[in-house]
Write a protein that binds this ligand. Structure first.
Ligand SMILES: Nc1ncnc2c1ncn2[C@@H]1O[C@H](COP(=O)(O)OP(=O)(O)OP(=O)(O)O)[C@@H](O)[C@H]1O
Ligand SMILES: [Mg+2]
Length: 507
């Protein structure tokens, strides 16, 4: 027994000596390679190999920071923070990264550099040296179908792996990881660019960020250039400010920190413009959901969960994107089918047609209840500080359940251009406070409906010689034409009604 123990001890010592020798030989070889200027060629692999050899003597511990981990549906905050931290380390040229990835930066003249896949960076913290590696792995076979959340096939799984020596265990797992998260958050705040996200998959001009693609949000519209009744505008702005500063209030009354706005009115009255002004006022990101591209209610939930706080979630033309009458249509179809069956006329062809129709309808299966759930179901309380905006041209078509207070807390009507709004636009577009043509425009605006979009278009100089006077003259002309058209339409309507009455009498 003793002999066996002695021999295994001897064997252990032997392998230790051999490994130490190997490390020394390798270090010498490395010096020689440097001398021969071959370092550039072997650089990355040699460094990694030396680290691996050293780690045999003092084995590395690892921490993995995955983008999506443990069945989480959201991108991990820790991953985002580590990414921001390592991007800064790469930019400051610490750790000698040789293979970099470049993305557009906030500053248009610069590029945001980060480690390429499988690249490593070293970092120092209170005398400890640690190494980060950027890794990717193919998606898990069992995790989801090839087409996922209505987007292109799933991307590879990304994660960072942190290597450090056993002797630095407490330091790294304690203070260092806290330091990385804190610093990463600070970098994120500093680099923050407002973004406009969409759930439609990228076409090259969009950067992918999980289930969303984004571009930098740079809409110039603010409340200062939005024409609407001044009292109404102030009310909206106060409401937004109260929401932004209402964290404690929402917590006290036990409500999720979110607010719904319904913007309704005819086309061209400034609904989309108002959303841009809201985003600029609050300094929030905008998530523009194209409901027709969302395949199921589950996908909608996933999209919602992936939004960040301080954001406006927009569904434009909600009446067009959601089949609010779906149930009724299905009922009618059933009735029709029932009648056919009664007649005994249901043929194989009809059944096939029905199947095909059902298959086609499978494009988007988002239902009204799915949307209601997304606005104020349990999931809507995930995260906070979110504004949900629906726009529509036909408020009367919307299901009352969708727009009741509590879901859509504030209903804002965007209407045709009033005299006040016109004067506001004249100041913004032509820089005039008063003009002899103002009275004519005001009189016409009281008689005829014109959208702010049309008024703004007429007030825009279109050639170098055009000034305030010619623009206002063009507006008066356009208003007169609109008035004539409206009168002609009215007369035609009356004529048709008259001839219909005559026909009734004859019958
Ligand atoms: N109230 C307004 N104040 C200033 N500009 C406006 C206003 N309304 C519209 N405009 C101008 O008209 C253009 C069209 O407006 P916008 O896209 O906001 O209309 P909309 O109500 O969203 O229309 P739609 O219902 O067709 O989506 C904008 O580019 C904007 O410059
Ligand atoms: Mg619009």
């Amino acid at each position: 027994m003793e002999a066996a123990a002695a021999s295994s001890l001897w064997g252990g010592l032997n392998s230790g000596i051999v490994l130490s020798l190997l490390a020394v030989v390798w270090a010498m070889l490395w010096q020689a390679l440097q001398g021969l200027q071959l370092q550039q060629y072997f650089g990355r692999h040699s460094r990694r190999l030396s680290r691996r050899l050293a780690s045999i003597l003092d084995p590395d511990l690892t921490v993995t920071v995955a983008e999506y981990d443990g069945g989480r549906m959201r991108r991990s905050d820790a991953f985002k923070e580590a990414k921001a931290y390592l991007e800064r380390a790469t930019r400051e040229a610490r750790g000698g990264v040789r293979h970099l990835k470049a993305e557009p930066d906030k500053d248009p003249d610069r590029l945001l550099l980060s480690m390429d896949d499988d690249e490593e960076i070293t970092d120092e913290f209170r005398g400890a040296t640690v190494t980060w590696r950027a890794c990717t792995a193919p998606p898990r076979e069992d995790s989801a179908p090839a087409y996922f959340w209505g987007r292109a096939p799933r991307a590879d799984r990304r994660f960072y792996r942190l290597f450090f020596a056993e002797r630095h265990r407490d330091l790294v797992l304690g203070d260092y990881l806290t330091h990385v998260r804190r610093e990463g958050r600070a970098v994120m705040v500093k680099n923050r660019q407002r973004k406009l996200f969409t759930n439609i998959s990228g076409d090259g001009s969009w950067d992918s960020d999980g289930v969303w693609s984004h571009v930098v949000f740079e809409h110039p519209k603010t409340f200062a250039t939005l024409a609407m009744d001044p009292d109404k505008k102030k009310e909206v702005m106060d409401d937004l400010d109260a929401f932004r500063n209402g964290k404690d209030y929402y917590a006290r009354v036990g409500k999720a920190w979110k607010r719904g706005y319904l913007l309704y009115g005819p086309p061209g009255t400034g609904k989309s413009t108002m959303i841009a002004a809201m985003a600029n006022h609050l300094d929030y990101d905008v998530y523009d959901i194209e409901l027709t591209s969302v395949r199921t209610n589950t996908d909608l939930r996933k999209l919602f969960i992936e939004t960040t706080s301080k954001s406006i979630i927009v569904v434009e033309d909600i009446d067009c994107s959601l089949d609010l009458t779906g149930k009724r249509k299905k009922k009618n179809k059933k009735e029709e089918d029932g009648e056919n069956k009664k007649d005994g006329t249901t043929t194989k062809q009809q059944e096939e047609d029905k199947e095909k129709e059902d298959e086609k309808a499978g494009g988007s299966k988002v239902t009204l209840s799915g949307v209601l759930n997304f606005i104020d179901g349990l999931w809507s309380a995930c995260g906070g500080e979110r504004i949900i905006v629906f726009t529509t041209n036909h408020v009367e078509k919307l299901d009352p359940a969708l727009i009741r207070r509590g879901r859509m807390d504030k209903h804002i009507e965007m209407s045709y251009c009033c005299v006040q709004a016109f004067k506001f636009l004249a100041k913004v577009y032509l820089d005039v406070d008063d003009h002899p043509r103002f009275d004519a425009v005001a009189a016409l605006l009281r008689e005829v409906d014109m959208t702010p979009a049309d008024v703004a278009e007429n007030l825009t100089p279109k050639a170098p010689g055009e000034d305030a006077d010619s623009c206002l003259a063009a507006l008066v002309e356009a208003l007169e034409k609109a008035k004539e058209d409206a009168l002609a339409k009215k007369a035609k309507g009356k004529e048709e009604a008259g001839s219909a009455d005559e026909l009734d009498d004859e019958e």
